[in-house]
Design a binder for this molecule. Structure first.
Ligand code: LLP
Length: 426
């Protein structure tokens, strides 16, 4: 273990950053900064593909979890495709070297412009979520003299046991997917639209799933629709997209997904339908690869409470305040004992915190702190609130590291704005 490697309570980053001096990295790049480990991403990818060995499948990494071009590049080299939900994510994927064939386009509110761009890119499939979207897509394809490849995203309407209400998506009445009992109708509509070709069925019931009973039920329900769709005249089905949602362990004691069970469910689905499996994991591939490095600014005692004020907050990592999510927090250097404190950021909101009432290493102003498992839904959900420039992102690979996104500068905060008006009306 080299100098500066995390060596406190959990010792988590020790394995991540063998050979990288974290203090030197933080001094060079500044804080806060996200640091990702390429080896950890590769390891998770291998674990997943091992669980799916022998099953015809492709992993379509969900770009929304972490869209950094270098992260995308690591996954592309491993053979992954992508799952996107916007024109911006399509652009990112293309910048990282993915081509249309690598892309499935999910999302409940695709705009005409975004669907046009995806048609032009020749995406593998549009995971269509409503009849209205299907009809608009058919028109856009007709305008271009092409045929749009479509998978119906089904809402399987199961009781999802997600970690937070906000990240369940497959319950009856959720905004996502085509309601289960409307699939036959939408399949009949599609049969009348010459510029769409139905090539698959898709589902995604939620995120941070560790138990697979609802998932298994959903897959079974969706497989049951294959016959319904085929009998509406769609004999070109090729794909069964079972979505993402594999959980990661944020806190000690959190369950981890049983990949053998996941693989068995996937195998049975493929065997019963004869379709190729697509999976759309985001979090599982990148969450544990990432750490948010932040520095302690102050300690403060108020109303009988202890505060550690650090230079990162909800603008950098929204998950604690938005989902009451737990992220382990450790000191980078060894400390003398521990304290129980709220770890809070500089943002002018009482909801700006990284941890509440947490027993952590007894850090002092100037100390470097690591917020763990921050590689998914971290940087991508960051904002410029309080005119805070978005932070740098760094990739570690072995004993090397590189800045893979520069820290924003103040000029970036006002790009596109002007203090003088140029009226567009006369
Ligand atoms: N496919 C679709 C259609 C999705 O909507 C999502 C996530 C995924 C795949 C990837 O799910 P994953 O494997 O990462 O669980 N911001 C929240 C998570 C929102 C997930 C939204 N959809 C969080 O920080 O927990």
């Amino acid at each position: 273990m080299g100098p500066g490697v995390l060596n406190t309570t959990a010792g988590k980053a020790a394995a991540l950053w063998e050979g990288v001096d974290v203090h030197a990295l933080a001094a060079a790049v500044g804080t806060p900064a996200y640091v990702y480990d390429a080896a950890a991403i590769r390891e998770r990818y291998q674990r997943l593909t091992t669980a799916l060995a022998g099953i015809p499948h492709r992993v379509h990494y969900s770009v929304k979890a972490n869209g950094n071009l270098t992260v995308l590049g690591v996954l592309r080299e491993l053979g992954a495709g992508v799952d996107i939900v916007s024109g911006g994510e399509l652009y990112r994927a293309q910048q990282a070297g993915f081509t249309g064939d690598d892309v499935v386009f999910s999302g409940v509110g695709k705009s005409a412009r975004e669907m046009g761009e995806a048609l032009d890119a020749g995406v593998l499939a549009f995971n269509v979520e409503s009849e209205g979207e299907l009809r608009l897509l058919a028109r856009l394809a007709a305008d271009r003299g092409t045929v749009a490849p479509v998978a119906f995203r089904v809402n399987p309407e199961v009781e999802v046991d997600a970690a937070h209400h906000y990240i369940g998506t497959g319950r009856r009445g959720d905004k996502f997917g085509i309601p289960f009992d409307e699939i036959a109708h939408v399949a009949a509509v599609a049969a009348e639209l010459p510029t769409v070709r139905v090539i698959g069925l898709a589902m995604h019931i939620g995120s941070q799933l560790a138990a697979f009973s609802a998932f298994a039920e959903a897959v079974t329900k969706v497989c049951g629709l294959v016959g319904v769709v085929r009998s509406a005249g769609h004999d070109g089905l090729r794909f069964l997209d079972i979505g993402g949602g594999l959980a990661v362990r944020y806190a000690d004691g959190d369950p981890t997904p049983d990949l053998a069970t996941f693989g068995r469910i996937a195998r049975e689905a493929v065997e019963s339908t004869g379709l190729t499996l697509l999976v759309e994991p985001g979090r599982f591939l990148v969450a544990e690869s990432g750490v948010l490095l932040t520095r302690v600014l102050y300690r403060k005692h108020s109303g009988g409470k202890e505060y550690v004020i650090v230079d990162a907050g909800m603008t950098e990592l929204l998950r604690p305040s938005h989902y009451a999510a737990y992220h382990e927090i450790t000191s980078v250097a060894a400390t003398d004992g521990s304290i129980t404190a709220d770890i809070v950021g500089p943002v002018c909101e009482s909801g700006d915190f990284l941890a509440i009432d947490r027993t952590v290493d007894a850090v002092q102003p100037g100390d470097l702190v690591a917020v763990h498992n921050a590689g998914a839904y971290g940087f991508v959900m960051s904002s410029n609130y309080n005119a805070r420039p978005r932070v740098a992102e760094v990739m570690v690979d072995g004993d090397r590291w590189a800045v893979v996104r520069e820290r924003e500068r103040y000029e970036d905060l006002v790009r596109g704005e002007s203090a003088t008006l140029s009226w567009r009306t006369s």
